[in-house]
Design a protein. Structure first.
Length: 287
């Protein structure tokens, strides 16, 4: 009977775990829909902004804008690593941290000084454990990043780039292709790489001028790139957590089936043994 009690304890424990993983799967599914809507909403604006800048750009105009400055010998670069505040999302954070470390290592091999800016408790905890220098960190950006969050992250780095303290700014984020495809992605958002022009240039009526429009659009373009990285990462996190929790729930179901069958067999064997003992005792008394 000790084995039966042990199996019942394990079944109860697995049932409790399954209840938690199932609940987390449902919560992630609910958050995923809203996160996907933010990604879908951000992409048309970013695409339209990219097209306008591509149409207005010219090498002559580029000389007037520091954000388009392409350093011949870059000396210092900033890396912004986006991770999540919570775990239980499979290898989501581990993949982002790995890519962040690889980028830092590569930049150092190229002779650049680097500074690390971390978003999310998971990335912050990892690099603190390594006692790595961290220029800045944010753990207050939740599941629904805002344009203001993007502005707060990128504006100080944009100012450092304009003053010449930084020569490049990279962002490591999770690109949301689908629920099952959220690869870590590296993007250099400063200096701004002029978008490639596609098709004929529309006949714009420009006011006040192409120079004045680009002066307003280029900072907006950089902030839009950071916002897109934030919302893509948030959606990827929910997709990864949903996948991980669904896998955990399925594994719990399979384990429960095995444990229940084992318990039933043990109980059946015990009942059979008890019946045999009763029959044996009755025969002994009757003999």
């Amino acid at each position: 009977m000790a084995k039966g009690r042990e199996l019942k304890g394990r079944i109860k424990s697995v049932q409790g775990t399954r209840k938690i993983t199932r609940t987390m799967e449902m919560v992630a599914t609910s958050k995923l829909k809203r996160a996907q809507d933010r990604v879908v909403g951000a992409r048309p604006f970013a695409n339209a902004l990219t097209k306008v800048i591509a149409d207005l750009y010219s090498p002559i105009l580029a000389e007037s804008f520091p954000l388009l400055r392409q350093p011949t010998k870059p000396k210092r670069a900033a890396v912004v690593l986006l991770t999540s505040n919570r775990g239980l999302a499979g290898a989501f954070n581990a993949n982002l941290i790995r890519d962040g470390r690889e980028l830092l290592t590569r930049l150092k091999k190229e002779g650049l000084e680097t500074e690390l800016h971390v978003v999310g408790k998971k990335g912050l905890g990892y690099f603190r454990f390594l006692s790595a220098p961290i220029a800045s960190s944010r753990i207050d950006i939740g599941d629904a990043p805002t344009h203001e969050n993007a502005r707060e992250l990128i504006d100080p780095l944009m100012e450092a780039f304009l003053t010449g303290r930084l020569d490049a700014v990279y962002v490591i984020f999770a690109k949301f292709n689908s629920v099952l495809s959220t690869p870590p992605t590296e993007v250099r958002i400063l200096p701004v790489t002029p978008p490639e022009r596609s098709g004929a240039v529309p006949d714009y009526l420009l006011f006040p001028s192409a120079h004045g429009i680009l002066a307003e659009l280029l900072p907006l373009y950089v902030r839009s790139a950071m916002y897109s990285a934030l919302v893509e990462t948030a959606a990827s996190e929910q997709g990864a957590r949903r996948t991980a929790m669904k896998s955990a729930t399925d594994n719990a179901d399979a384990l429960l089936n095995v444990l229940q069958r084992t318990f039933n067999r043990a109980r059946q064997a015990q009942i059979t043994q008890e019946i045999a003992e009763i029959v044996g005792g009755a025969e002994a008394l009757g003999g």
